[in-house]
Design a protein around this ligand. Structure first.
Ligand SMILES: [Cu+2]
Length: 137
């Protein structure tokens, strides 16, 4: 309750400052929301994906546009890759016991297929997932 009352008093004070002197408005503390969003963009959104028996443990990755995406790809059986064609142009390969870690900025909005581009085993052609990058508001 005290918080609500305080906000009311501050709001009242600002309203009066606005009316009196326009320069006071510029000194108003910046809203905290955009700052939090910026911090969010700096820290990567991490995903651990295990490829096994021709599928990915995470078949759908959903992020916000401009998010920094960090992916750790592991394989539990044979070599597999995480590949996205245009516009991201990613092709990262993991072998058993040797995960691959990579990051990219999801700066293009849309829905993109990821798949395994390795040709040694026919089953790899069935490995599919989706990267969803939601457009900024
Ligand atoms: Cu594969």
């Amino acid at each position: 309750m005290a918080g609500v009352c305080l906000a009311g008093v501050i709001g009242f004070a600002f309203a009066h400052a606005d009316a009196r002197d326009k320069t006071t408005v510029a000194r108003r503390p910046a809203p905290t929301r955009p700052v939090a969003r910026q911090d969010d963009a700096l820290k990567p959104h991490a995903w651990r994906i295990v490829a096994r028996k021709y599928s990915y443990s995470v078949p759908r990755i959903e992020v916000q546009q401009d998010d920094l995406v960090k992916i750790t790809l592991e394989t539990a059986d044979i070599p597999h890759s995480f590949t996205i064609d245009e516009p991201y142009r990613i092709a990262k390969r993991a072998t058993p016991g040797h995960p691959v870690v990579f990051e990219f900025r999801a700066d293009k909005a849309g829905a993109f297929d990821f798949y395994c581009n390795l040709k040694a085993d026919d089953g790899c052609r069935t490995m599919k997932g989706k990267l969803i990058v939601k457009a900024k508001q």
